[in-house]
Design a protein around this ligand. Structure first.
Ligand code: PXP
Length: 255
């Protein structure tokens, strides 16, 4: 059974810190808690407007964290320079719009094709594992393959939103089927497949049950849930739900 990795996104620890300035709560401390609670990696998005994670956070995460760091970044020269300077384990190229509340959709790897190539190449040549954050759409996966990215992260936000409205609706099922098909397509193309955006205790199980997905990146829900149960407990529960869903899915396929 392939281990399903959990990347904990700590952006919103920095959101809370920045609401007052100062140093508390410290995203690095959250990263240490995540490591203890069973995270396999830490994800952080250094946005152009620095609304949460700051440059200094990236420097501290790279120098003090023992877990791999996945730097989410827009395809800009500024972010490329920062990634090449810090050399995180991985970089995930994401679309970024200045006024969006969160990453609203996947990258248009298909439409924007060659624009991303030099970022994928430069990061790859520096030994940084590159992923492209894309919608679960076969043409985006084909484009990611053409661009030479070894990894894709599927944007599962549409499925999660539909699920929260009505877990059994035809629309929810349609969105989920797109993720399953995209994960199969990634496997056929030889791309490592990750998923993220909007995952909660309720939505994580079905996605974790797709055996060709090998990493989930989860942030907002975990940090929000930490208010009620603590970060350690929220991550441990997420980890347990992921592991159970993966074990159940593997068991039912081999039965
Ligand atoms: N993966 C990527 C590429 C993202 O941009 C985000 C959000 O920043 C996440 C995962 C985590 O999404 P959420 O915070 O909704 O769990």
């Amino acid at each position: 059974m392939r281990h399903l990795r959990l990347g904990v996104n700590i952006d919103h620890v920095a959101t809370i810190r920045n609401a007052r300035g100062g140093r508390h709560p410290d995203p690095l401390r959250a990263a240490f808690v995540a490591a203890q609670a069973g995270a396999d990696g830490i994800t952080a998005h250094l946005r152009e407007d620095r609304r949460h994670i700051a440059d200094e956070d990236i420097a501290r995460l790279v120098s003090e964290l023992s877990l791999p760091l996945n730097l989410e970044m827009a395809a800009t020269d500024e972010m490329l320079e920062i990634a090449l300077r810090h050399r995180p384990h991985a970089a995930c190229i994401v679309p970024e719009k200045r006024h969006e509340l969160t990453t609203e959709g996947g990258l248009d790897a298909h439409g924007g094709s060659n624009a991303f190539k030099r970022y994928v190449d430069a990061l790859g040549e520096a030994g940084i594992r590159v992923s492209l954050f894309i919608d679960p759409d076969p043409k985006q996966l084909d484009a990611a393959k053409m661009l030479g990215a070894p990894v894709v992260e599927l944007h599962v936000g549409a499925y999660c939103e539909r699920y929260l409205e009505d877990p059994t609706s035809a629309e929810t099922k349609r969105e989920f089927a797109k993720i399953e098909a995209a994960a199969d397509h990634a496997e056929a193309l030889g791309l490592e497949c990750h998923a993220g955006h909007g995952l909660t205790f309720d939505t994580v199980g079905p996605v974790a049950g797709i055996p060709t997905i090998i990493e989930l990146n989860i942030g907002h829900f975990l940090i929000g849930e930490a208010i009620f149960s603590g970060l350690d407990s929220a991550i441990r529960r997420m980890r347990a739900l992921m592991d159970k869903a993966r074990a159940d899915a593997v068991g039912s396929r081999s039965a």
